[in-house]
Design a protein around this ligand. Structure first.
Ligand code: SF4
Length: 99
């Protein structure tokens, strides 16, 4: 009724090698983590009250014309938490973050 499975002699076939490097996912994760975040201001919404300047002066500044200048749009990782806090604290919601 049931026949026996035929077993061929020779090496067991291996699965094809993955084209990706073995550490691909890890490397991608590291690159994603290290990527700087980017902060932008909507100049039509900003009222130049300098709340963000007070919280992260290395990233935000006011010009002589009372317009917000973003000194470092690509925020270094070390400043990310303070910049997030400044963005959340903007009373006009004029700042946005891209990550
Ligand atoms: S806190 Fe907001 S409204 Fe105030 S200067 Fe910064 S971006 Fe403009």
């Amino acid at each position: 009724m049931f026949g026996r499975l035929a077993v061929e002699d020779g090496p067991v076939p291996r699965a094809p090698e993955c084209a990706r490097r073995p550490d691909h996912r890890t490397l991608t994760g590291i690159l994603r983590t290290e990527k700087a975040m980017r902060v932008r201001v909507d100049p039509l919404v900003c009222e130049a009250n300098a709340v963000c300047v007070g919280l992260a002066p290395e990233v935000f500044d006011l010009s002589d014309d009372d317009e917000l200048e973003i000194l470092r749009p690509d925020v270094p990782k070390g400043d990310a938490d303070r910049v997030r806090h400044a963005v959340r604290s903007c009373p006009k919601a004029a700042l946005t973050i891209e990550e």
